[in-house]
Design a binder for this molecule. Sequence first.
Ligand SMILES: *Cc1c(COP(=O)(O)O)cnc(C)c1O
Length: 466
Amino acid sequence: MEYVSTRGSAPALDFEGVTLAGLASDGGLYVPREWPRFSESEIAALAGLPYAELAVQVMKPFVGDSLTEDRLRDLCQRSYGRFAHAAVTPLVQLDQRQWLLELFHGPTLAFKDVALQLLGRLFEEFLSRSDDHLTIVGATSGDTGSAAIDAVAGRERVDIFMLHPNGRVSDVQRRQMTTVLAPNVHNIAIEGTFDDAQAMVKRMFNDPGMTGRFHIGAVNSINWARLMAQVVYYFAAALQLGAPARKVAFSVPTGNFGDVFAGYVAAQMGLPIERLIVATNVNDILHRALSDGDYSAGTVTPTAAPSMDIQVSSNFERLLFDCGGRDGLALAEQMRSFEASKAMRLTNAQREGAAQLFTSARADAADMAQAMRWAHEECGEVIDPHTAIGLHAARAADLPADIPVVTLATAHPAKFRDAVERATGLRPHLPSRIGDLFQREEAYAELPGDYDAIAAYVAERATPTG
Ligand SMILES: *Cc1c(COP(=O)(O)O)cnc(C)c1O
């Protein structure tokens, strides 16, 4: 399988190449040259497989010659063996129509573990082949950071520098990052928002002073391998609910548009998805873009669902590319103008392409709290604020009555227990796999939101390539 950049001028790469690359050299994101497609009978044959084996079958066409099937199977078994639930991503029924897909049974309590446990192992595998060293630089609104750090802590040939917006992540999220004291883990709290942190990381990927000395890699969802691993659970849920004979809709609490784009990929592969509902909080750029074509970034409002407090959604570019006729050079122009003015209009092709599969909904704090209370009082399920935004959108969706709606439960409620307690009066317990998180020592640097300071910090501590 070959991968091409959304901006049309970076070299094509194979799976190993895109896994180790950050942004494409033209500033774009890598996508497969074409979508692999399963027939109805091939999809039917996937029903009932254990999760790790389903992962092998769904990911195999994307991995191509970069790994043998046995090697891929070994990595999947080790990655998904670390989950605290035998089903890995169990499906829970709420009422006759609504379902929750629990994606938080990994080591750090959010869906990010599903892809990052695998990505950490892919890095190790590919780096040992080329005898190289990788410097991972990432920005996190909370959950990517802890999942990525858990996935690479103590691994050979990898250093990780994780930027988080100082004071804007939950105490559980921060401690899950800052109490990992492995020598290859570097936490940096920067002044500013997640978007500021993400902009610094993007700039570093494009800074020849850094990329010339270090092999800089990505763990954010700009990394294709992450999206690929997330495609698997859409198959898992739909198969359980009767696919391919029956269509399913998904509601996805969305920030960087990575998780919901994985659903789009599943649909391109032939999985019969009726709708993908993009659920946002009041930081609603995606809701505006999908409902009236207005992609313009406002200022970020901090909410109880911090992993969705994002105005610029990196992976939206992948959708614009695929729906807009795959014209990389035109998209490069459109994105350059967006980066300059922080606003753009979607083209008609992009709007119509997106509208075939996507709808969107926006939930404010009251909608979120109400969805949390409904799940608790009517179904006995305690859900986190991100999941509650997804559930609000799922219940509001206008869909044929026979279509089951699966809300992706993206985080364990204990990860956001203050917000859960405010809405439901119930304080969720941290699961035992978190251990003595609040007794452990923390270590992190505090830096200003200044690119030069951050680049200097990384350069002093990273291992040069070659
Ligand atoms: C990362 C995250 C999201 C948003 O996912 P994207 O792929 O960035 O759209 C939603 N909920 C939780 C709990 C998250 O950690």
